[in-house]
Design a binder for this molecule. Structure first.
Ligand SMILES: [Zn+2]
Length: 342
């Protein structure tokens, strides 16, 4: 028995290979480390989310998200131009409407804020990819992502028609990609068929396929003024404890015709992202959400963390886990660092 154990120990040592194998050899200099780096962030990996509101010369700081603003279209164009100059290929637009009502009608109004913003960007910067969020929560007076039944529940099937109308009106205004985020069953199929029916067969759908009910959305809800007036979104967004269910959601959206799959949030869900990467060949996006941004900004403001280093480490982890594209409020900051060789 003891001889057996001994033999096992010896073979493990041989397999391990030390002292011939020394992992530190390839970490010795910055150049060597760069040569063997497996994951490299690029500005074209980023999608920059922006909050657009009515009016002129409006630029309201979003308190829990330092560096982010609600902007009117004239300032939006400045933001988008800066993003373009940094090599960021796409922006994701969220609208703050002039009025809210039970059915979120500004979401699918031809003169809605998103429709106007998409048209303005495409006119000024035709190469910039404009992605529009398709949901009702910013536009409903109750703050839920769909229309409510008499009992106050979110009605899946009657919401689908409004989401489809929203997507078609955004695409007709100039949106290059529509991104449904309401977590209604059948929303990808509903959008695809409505887009195709309107002759918009070339407009891809980026599906918020596995979107979890998350505390990390808190700062966004302040930014987009979309906190539900009552209850929460757990009856349609996913339980954060579930991984197999996330894969079913991703698969369902792929089957319904999604062109991109998204995992949201990113940081607390890197395992989902890694599994999604293994299972699906579609481009995968991850949403580095507001709470993930605010945490770093708050810690940095207190002098508790090196913001640039932590930001790059966070973004690299999301790409390493499997994301092709990262939707992030850090897009401009990270692109600037990358351009500077950081
Ligand atoms: Zn929503």
């Amino acid at each position: 028995m003891s001889e057996l154990l001994n033999r096992k120990t010896i073979s493990i040592e041989r397999t391990a290979g030390f002292p011939q194998v020394r992992m530190r050899r390839l970490r010795r200099t910055a150049t060597l480390r760069h040569m063997v780096r497996e994951t490299n962030l690029q500005p074209h990996n980023f999608i920059y989310p922006l909050f657009v509101t009515h009016g002129h010369n409006v630029r309201i700081p979003i308190e829990p998200m330092p560096g982010q603003f609600q902007v009117s279209i004239n300032h939006l164009l400045d933001e988008v131009a800066e993003a373009e100059s940094l090599g960021i290929p796409a922006v994701l637009l969220f609208g703050v409407p002039s009025k809210k009502d039970p059915t979120g009608s500004e979401a699918y109004d031809t003169n809605g804020i998103i429709q106007e913003a998409a048209a303005a960007i495409k006119q000024a910067m035709p190469d910039m990819v404009v992605i529009t969020d398709v949901c009702l929560c910013e536009y409903t007076d109750h703050g839920h992502c769909g229309v409510l039944t008499d009992e106050g529940l979110v009605d899946n099937d009657s919401t689908l028609d409004l989401l489809a109308r929203t997507a078609v009106s955004q695409a007709q205004a100039g949106a290059d990609i529509v991104a449904p985020s309401a977590m209604m069953d059948g929303q990808i199929a509903a959008l695809r068929s409505a887009l195709d029916g309107a002759g918009l067969t070339d407009v891809p759908v980026m599906a918020y396929a596995s979107k979890f009910a998350s505390a990390f959305y808190g700062p966004f809800r302040i930014a987009a003024e979309s906190t539900p007036k009552s209850g929460d979104r757990k009856a349609y967004q996913m339980d954060n404890a579930n991984s197999r269910e996330a894969l079913r959601e991703l698969e369902q959206d792929a089957l319904e015709g999604a062109d991109f799959l998204m995992v949201k949030p990113a940081l607390a869900y890197l395992d989902i992202l890694a599994k999604a990467r293994e299972r699906f060949d579609l481009p995968i996006a991850a949403y580095n959400v507001s709470g993930e941004y605010s945490m770093l900004k708050a810690a940095a403001a207190n002098g508790w963390i090196d913001l640039d280093a932590a930001m790059m480490e966070m973004l690299t982890s999301i790409k390493r886990a499997g994301a092709d594209l990262i939707i992030t409020y850090f897009a401009k900051d990270a692109a600037k660092l990358l351009r500077a060789g950081g």
